[in-house]
Design a protein around this ligand. Structure first.
Ligand SMILES: [Zn+2]
Length: 319
């Protein structure tokens, strides 16, 4: 077995590239590049190849010592052919990532999505280590999830299984970016909480969150946390509402999939313990008694590195 793999987490605003030890899962070195301004296929590919080259040089690692390059992208992907079908945030469509990256490095290249790589990271070295039957739910800008059965991620017929953010929780509800109405994501994500708080502020409600907000910048999970610490009524009410919906979604997972463990991660879960604790309490209360009596909850353990670590091990499922 070769000693290292490269893991790449290609997000909407940044790409994180890491050299990972295949035995320990340790990130030996990493480099982060912003993708906000220089988008488009050429720029994105160049940022990834530059990053890999920088890492190999910095760590004095030869290409021969690398087993593979794994990439997880936020967007629609074609795993089999290594194609990024659509990533509006990166202005990339039908981009054959595998072909470009492998022609640069002459190494096997594997493509997955962002939720998938974070889940593999948690399964190999994080909160789900040693468990082969669990569901990961990540709450941030959106709500994503992945189902793991017998140590393998369930992809479904079109590779899109686990889209819990788009289960419908209100038939006549809020519009969702996917085009439907009443999706969980429109109620339980950080963006949904942000929209609720901003809507109330515009109507003249007061909140201490104003002390942390700068004009033109978006609300962060840590601002939400600081406001809760100060017992802010408005922020608490909006977080409670999101928690109510998310717990309904999680109760549905418990009843429908009956996993041993649910790992919750993402910015909002990591920063706001109040949200995490309330959500799991409510989810247990809303699910059927038998699966609820056995379900275990854990917070994701690898933070920002879960994606690159998981991406470095994408090959394990494919070789
Ligand atoms: Zn939707």
């Amino acid at each position: 077995m070769k000693k290292y793999s490269v893991g790449i987490d290609l997000g909407g605003t940044k790409v994180l590239i890491a050299l990972v030890d295949r035995e320990t899962g340790e990130v030996l070195s990493s480099v982060k590049k912003k993708t906000k301004k220089d988008k488009g296929p050429k720029n994105i590919i160049r940022k990834m190849t530059d990053g890999v080259e920088e890492l190999l040089e910095e760590m004095s690692v030869l290409k021969d010592e690398i087993s593979s390059i794994g990439i997880g992208a936020a967007g629609q992907i074609d795993r089999e052919n290594g194609i990024l079908i659509g990533a509006p945030n990166l202005d990339c469509y039908d981009l054959n990532i595998r072909e470009f990256i492998s022609s640069n490095f002459d190494l096997p290249v594997f493509l997955g999505n962002d939720v998938e790589i974070a889940t593999i990271g948690e399964m190999k070295f994080g909160a789900a280590k040693g468990c082969d039957d669990f569901v990961c739910v990540f709450v941030g800008t959106g709500v994503g999830s992945a189902i793991v059965k017998d140590g393998k991620i369930i992809h479904g017929a079109t590779g899109t299984a686990g889209e819990i953010g788009h289960i419908i929780v209100d038939l006549n509800g809020r519009p969702c970016a996917c085009g439907a109405h009443g999706c969980l994501e429109a109620y339980a994500s950080r963006s949904a909480i942000e929209r609720r708080i901003e809507g109330a502020l515009k109507k003249g409600r007061h909140s201490v969150i104003l002390d942390y907000m700068e004009s033109g910048k978006s609300m962060t999970s840590s601002m939400i946390q600081k406001s809760i610490e100060r017992d802010d009524e408005l922020v608490k009410a909006c977080v409670d509402e999101a928690s109510e919906y998310l717990s309904g979604g999680i109760a549905s997972i418990i009843n429908f999939v009956n996993p041993k463990l649910i790992v919750l991660g993402g910015g909002l879960i990591e920063a706001v313990d109040y949200f995490y604790k309330n959500t799991i309490k409510k989810a247990k209360a809303k699910s059927l008694p038998v699966p609820a009596s056995k379900i275990e909850f854990k917070k994701a353990a690898l933070g920002d590195f879960s994606g690159v670590i998981g991406a470095a091990f994408l090959e394990d499922g494919k070789l």
